[in-house]
Design a protein. Sequence first.
Length: 69
Amino acid sequence: MNRLGPQAKKLFDFSSKTAGQRSMTKETRKKYTFILPAQLMKQVKHTAVEQEKTISQWLEEAIKNSLPK
């Protein structure tokens, strides 16, 4: 790290202050793996594209809308 310039060092700076700022601005996300029928996934992909959303965005909305309020 001694050979890096000041701007390159910023890329590798993971101080607690920076980490805290990141968590405040972004919602915590967790990655999951699901096994779905191929035809269902195909429908999800096409629907997400038609609505100009990512698959993750589309699934998040679908799940939220399916849960009791």
